[in-house]
Design a binder for this molecule. Structure first.
Ligand code: AHR
Length: 499
């Protein structure tokens, strides 16, 4: 059995555990909104038409900031369509997902839903096909208290209190040729800078996110960030990263090491941003908003999605059914975000319901947890205080896509009187025996040890069998003489709470 040893030093602090690391994303795409969070005829719907079974699961998931309303959707969106009397809201074509948008849920309804879930709103503005003034109008509508045309309109529409949105995305994936109104880095950098400057003239405390690359494999990756930031550095606070992973050609070994790419992505973007900052002699340090990340079987969708020549309302799109291996990767990606919590200060699991999501629903039927739900909710619940940089001694293996990767990965968090250790075993067939030196931490016992694993790494939760994949207590976890010992099954994710 492979062995790994992890040393934890109380002073080796990466940064605080940031609640925004546990953000997610709701886009007007497929059934994320309609029959996802909103279904007025559903037996659990509240007076506003929101499914309370879904609200309960979102609370349990522990997601914090929610990015809205897109995604690619935002690049064809007129925000004015989605406020005011519902019967007067227009139906529009959404070109990015080739579907119909009824606008029955808009900013004010979504903000109400967020309150039910206890989440923070993060809004995206359409810089692709609109411009500065509509962005300023949305800002006035959303955040200005009262006494102006658009704040009074919000009040007249039934929302007396401003939404007070702090985080704003300046468009979405503007480097992608699939984006309605995509731009060159130079064009986008200029419009992002001007939009950001205007928005900050209204409120200098806004936190603005400029679009970075849609993935580390984009042909413009690196150059895009440099050019965009050369224009916008002084006006924005975050550069975004988006990354999706999947199994390619059955190569599970590479897939399980996806976080190696995420680390490379983060390091490269930070190096580029710091280079631009240094050239500008800026005192500001740009942080990352990793505002789309997940496992997504992108290729497979082209064949299975309900997309054709018809224009439909809320078609079934991007409804990935996740496996145990997918959940292990999601858990590992979240560990990676924590490991960089010095500079990755906000992140959004893409997405929240039905669309590449941890929560699934059936119209008129139940809601259930996908396999990926578990590592996210457990990490959100257990991680607190500060993130520690672990020293990992473990065997490595060679992957086709990511080179040499450690068989075991780990991260830990520590608070006043407790700690949490998160572990992954990437070995396809062997369990791993792991020892963790916790002598330096204020803990003396194992409070809880949960492992997500299965004899079949492709096991899934489905409508017919929604509890097939659930975390189980790991009875092998023992803390004695300051050393935690635990056995990790092959292809597994584990969380251990210590007190
Ligand atoms: O999350 C699904 C889509 O992925 C988003 O709309 C887009 O930003 C990305 O390409």
């Amino acid at each position: 059995m492979p062995r790994a040893h992890i040393a934890l030093d109380r002073k080796a602090v990466v940064g605080p555990v940031r609640r925004r690391t546990f953000g997610s994303f709701v886009e007007h795409l497929g059934r994320c909104v309609y029959t996802g969070i909103y279904e007025p005829d559903h037996p659990t719907a509240n007076e506003d038409g929101f499914r309370m079974d879904v609200v309960e699961l979102v609370r349990e998931l522990g997601s914090t900031t929610v990015r809205y309303p897109g995604g690619n959707f935002v690049s064809g969106f007129r925000w004015e369509d989605s406020v005011g009397p519902r019967e007067q809201r227009p139906v529009r074509r959404d070109l990015s997902w080739h579907s119909l948008e009824s606008n029955q849920v808009g900013l004010d309804e979504f903000a109400k839903w967020l309150k039910l879930t206890g989440s923070e709103l993060m809004l995206a503005v359409n810089v692709a096909t609109r411009g500065i003034l509509p962005a300023l109008d949305l800002l006035e509508y959303a955040n200005h208290p009262s006494g102006t045309a658009l704040s009074d309109l919000r009040i007249a529409n039934g929302t007396p209190e401003p939404h007070d949105v702090r985080m704003w995305c300046l468009g979405n994936e503007m480097d992608g040729p699939w984006q309605t109104g995509f731009m060159t880095a130079d064009d986008y950098g200029k419009i992002a800078a001007r939009t950001a400057a205007a928005m900050k003239a209204a409120d200098q405390d806004l936190e603005l996110v400029v679009c970075g690359s849609s993935g580390s494999g984009m042909p413009t990756f690196g150059d895009w960030e440099r050019t965009v930031l050369e224009h916008s550095y002084d006006y924005v606070d975050y550069v975004s990263c988006h990354a999706y992973y999947q199994v390619h050609d059955g190569d599970l070994g590479s897939f399980l090491a996806s976080s190696v790419d995420m680390e490379f992505f983060i390091d490269t973007v930070l190096a580029t941003a710091d280079h631009v900052g240094h050239k500008r002699q800026s005192k500001k340090r740009m942080n990352i908003s990793f505002d789309e990340w997940n496992v997504w079987y992108l290729e497979e969708h082209k064949a299975s999605d309900e997309v054709n020549d018809e224009w439909r309302y809320a078609p079934r799109q991007l409804e990935d059914v996740y496996t145990v291996a997918d959940a292990v990767v999601v858990g590992n990606l979240l560990m990676t975000l924590l490991k960089r919590s010095d500079r990755v200060t906000s992140a959004s699991l893409a997405q929240l319901v039905n669309v590449i999501a941890p929560i699934m629903t059936e119209p008129g039927g139940p809601a259930w947890r996908q396999s990926t739900f578990h590592p996210f909710s457990i990490t959100s619940r257990l991680a607190s205080g500060e993130v520690l940089r672990p020293v990992i001694e473990a065997p490595t293996y060679l992957t086709a896509r990511h080179g040499e990767a450690s068989l075991v990965d780990a991260v830990a968090t520590v608070d006043d009187d407790r700690a949490a250790v998160f572990l992954v075993n990437r070995d396809l067939s062997e369990p791993a025996r792991v020892t963790v030196d916790v002598r330096d931490l204020p803990v003396s016992r194992v409070v809880e040890a949960l492992t997500l694993a299965d004899a079949d790494p492709y096991a899934q939760n489905t409508l017919a069998d929604p509890l097939r994949v659930v975390p189980a207590a790991n009875g092998s976890a023992v803390l004695a003489d300051g050393v935690l010992t635990v056995e990790l099954p092959p292809v597994s994710w584990t969380a251990i709470a210590l007190g």
